[in-house]
Design a protein around this ligand. Structure first.
Ligand code: NAD
Length: 356
């Protein structure tokens, strides 16, 4: 099926580029990994080799080539760009690739947040530019969001979907809109959990426990601590602003205050929880100052769950009404991209049944 894709160029040898390269060689596709310096490439190759060893496929490393010369990608059947999330960098890379490669060959970007159309517009052949959004770690996470801009051709989408299938991924189609599916529909999961803490419905541990007991691997607040409060806040702010600042997606004052005070989560000073010597689940004591009412208006577990899920469902409905993706694609994307036990529309059915 992807007989016509035998060689893929990967731009950027960081976390995602190395993961994507590993995935490709594991599926018998030759990879030309390109980055700006030999030392970065050497580190990238080490990551690929370690990943292949973990996957018990070290022999696939024979299919890896590395290069600091972009013209080595000229004959690739397809290129996947996974360079730094910086528009200027991506525009430059796409301009160069576009002049280098034959116009029928697709060029995909793994961007999480930049508009595909903006990147495509930097090329003479915007029909071959498409989003191929992998999730971290790329060799393991099953979801790929295939993001189509107004310029992307059917042939380009078909090639990317066939490639995703041959890599044993589930591809979901998605319109070129802020946060695509997963990062957007996940926003209320985080925001609503924080709002419940702000309004005294429970401590972070109370809210997270309800979500875990409902089948989520982690509650939103412990997950934000893991991601980094600053990184999560930046994503929330970017999507909120790009969608025209709707109240429902407004980042919380609590998270803004924590970030401003340097509480970034597990990586620095703790976040909603305290780490280090503290027993697991210890609430960060600073929350008592920031939310004096914390836990003083406790909510029943079912109401906590319903409040969070209702907000997620609302966002999913808005996204579907804006034709970002189908209901089925949203459910699939949230299950595979976030590891949720059910997608929003599947939750909606269960929750209304429980309530009846
Ligand atoms: P990273 O910082 O780990 O790696 C980026 C790499 O790009 C670096 O090795 C850097 O040297 C290289 N680079 C910078 N400028 C370049 C250029 N002009 N040409 C070639 N290489 C260049 O970043 P990452 O986390 O791997 O993210 C890469 C892309 O994937 C970003 O667009 C990001 O939004 C997206 N993404 C990241 C994740 C994630 O969880 N990390 C998930 C999905 C998508």
């Amino acid at each position: 099926m992807t007989k016509d894709i035998q060689t893929v160029g990967v731009v950027g040898a960081g976390t995602m580029g190395a993961g994507i390269a590993q995935l490709l060689v594991q599926h018998d596709i030759e990879v030309h990994l390109y980055d700006v310096s030999e030392s970065v490439l050497t580190l990238g190759e080490e990551r690929v080799l370690k990943g292949l060893e973990r996957a018990e496929r070290p022999g696939a490393f024979n299919l890896m080539r590395k290069t600091t010369r972009m013209d080595a990608l000229e004959t690739c059947d397809l290129v996947i760009e996974a360079a730094s999330e910086d528009l200027a960098v991506k525009l430059e890379v796409f301009r160069k690739l576009d002049t280098l490669m034959e116009p029928t060959r697709p060029i995909a970007t793994n961007t999480s947040s930049l508009p595909i159309a903006r990147i495509a517009a930097a090329t003479e052949n915007p029909q071959r530019v498409v989003g191929m959004h992998f999730f971290n770690p790329a060799p393991i996470m099953r979801l790929v969001e295939v993001v189509r801009s107004e310029f992307t051709s059917d042939a380009t989408v078909a090639t990317i979907e066939a490639l995703a299938e041959s890599l044993e991924k589930t591809a979901v189609r998605c319109k070129d809109t802020p946060g695509f599916i997963v990062n957007r529909v996940a926003r209320p999961f985080y925001l609503q959990s924080m709002r419940l803490v702000e309004r005294g419905a429970g401590t972070p541990a109370d809210i997270d426990r309800v979500m875990r007991e409902a089948g989520f691997k982690m509650g939103a607040l412990e997950l934000v601590d893991l991601i980094g409060l600053d990184v999560n806040f930046a994503t929330s702010t970017q999507i909120y602003q790009a969608l025209g600042s709707p109240d429902r997606l407004k980042p919380t004052a609590l998270q803004a205050m924590l970030v401003a005070k340097g509480y970034l989560g597990r990586k620095k000073s703790g976040g909603f929880y305290a780490y280090g010597e503290n027993p697991p689940g210890t609430i960060n004591p600073v929350l008592e100052d920031l939310v004096p009412e914390m836990g003083s208006h406790p909510m029943k577990p079912h109401d906590v769950l319903k409040t969070v899920i209702d907000a997620v469902v609302q966002e999913a409905r808005v996204a579907v009404s804006e034709e970002v993706a189908s209901r089925e694609s949203v459910d699939t994307a949230m299950r595979l991209g976030m590891g949720w036990p059910k997608g929003p529309f599947e939750w909606e059915k269960t929750i209304s049944r429980d309530a009846s």
